[in-house]
Design a protein around this ligand. Structure first.
Ligand SMILES: [Zn+2]
Length: 109
């Protein structure tokens, strides 16, 4: 029975600082972007009748080079655990890849 757990949002399942870090790269110019998502403030609730079925996040991400928008869509279960993610205009990369790109890319300004 996960009824009570569901009511209180799963408690300890969420990341310690309630943050989800997205690392993406613009498919147009290749610029890496880091986005911090607050899993309690930024997620939209999806209802199945009267109960919470899960959460979704739509995020528009813009890099600082070509300023094209990337559209990320993520879905989460009722414990705010990520279920799937898609992105248009860019690609998801790992944190390691992001950090590598940041150190190899010439700095703007
Ligand atoms: Zn770009």
């Amino acid at each position: 029975m996960d009824f009570l757990r569901r009511m209180f949002g799963g408690g300890n399942r969420a990341p310690a600082d309630n943050a989800l870090h997205l690392y993406v790269r613009c498919s147009h110019c290749g610029t890496p972007v880091h986005v911090r998502i607050h899993v309690y403030n930024d997620l939209a609730v999806e209802y199945d009748d009267d109960t919470v079925a899960g959460y979704t996040l739509h995020k528009e991400i813009m890099d600082a080079k070509c300023f094209r928008l990337m559209h990320a869509d993520l879905s989460f279960d009722r414990d705010r655990r990520e279920q799937s993610r898609t992105i248009a205009g860019g690609e998801f990369i790992s944190r390691e890849e992001y950090e590598r790109l940041m150190t190899t890319q010439p700095r703007q300004q």
